[in-house]
Structures are given as C-alpha cells and as structure tokens.
Design a protein around this ligand. Structure first.
Ligand SMILES: [Zn+2]
Length: 112
C-alpha cells in the first residue's frame, strides 16, 4: 500500500521536527500526481503514528493541482486529469512544474 510508505515518511519528518514535543496537527502538501487517497493516508497515518510523538495528531492534507509547461509550445497548463496533455497544443511532452510534491508544510505542537 502506497499510502503506508507516505505516512511513514510524514511521521518521520514530523517526529524529527517535534524535538520531543507532542504534535497535535500536521499540515501536508501533496501533489495530485502522487495519487494519494486521502482516507487511506489518514488511516495509515494514524497507524504509523502510534507510539511516536505524532500519535493522535490530526492530518491536514492540501492537494496541489498539476501544473506543467509544454516543451513544444511553451504554454503552462493546469491539469486535472490523466492523460496529461498541453491545454494549448495537445502535446504530451510536458515538464511538470507542480503536482509531484509531498511535503510536511508545518506542525502544530503542544507547548513544552
Ligand atoms: Zn503545447
């Protein structure tokens, strides 16, 4: 399950930044291309967080839409669905600008 390994890396990053404090909320940005199922990720996150400083924390997911620049015509398109094609000329030769990210944006923690 792909969400499980994503959850593991989120918990690891959040735990590293927590510095021993208890994390109450984790804000995560996830690109559309990651094809994350939010409910599956929330479930995995809860599971993986057990026994760590992140246990019981809420997961706030922000999905980042795909933006790509066309190598043929240079137009930047915002893309919602597969297949990914240039909005202007229909080319599939695209460079992804946004939509592949997976990062922990910020944390809410209890006061030390
Ligand atoms: Zn194009």
């Amino acid at each position: 399950m792909h969400e499980l390994s994503i959850a593991e890396s989120i918990v690891r990053v959040a735990g590293d930044h927590a510095n021993g404090r208890r994390v109450t909320k984790v804000y995560v940005k996830v690109g559309h291309l990651r094809q994350v199922v939010p409910s599956a990720l929330a479930f995995s996150f809860e599971l993986v967080a057990q026994g760590t400083p992140v246990e019981g924390a809420k997961l706030a997911l922000e999905e980042v839409p795909v933006t790509a620049r066309c190598r043929s015509c240079g137009v930047e398109s915002r893309l919602g669905a597969f297949p990914l094609l240039c909005n202007s000329c229909g080319s599939a030769d695209l460079r992804i600008v946004e939509g592949e990210e997976l990062m922990v944006e910020s944390l809410e923690m209890e006061e030390a």
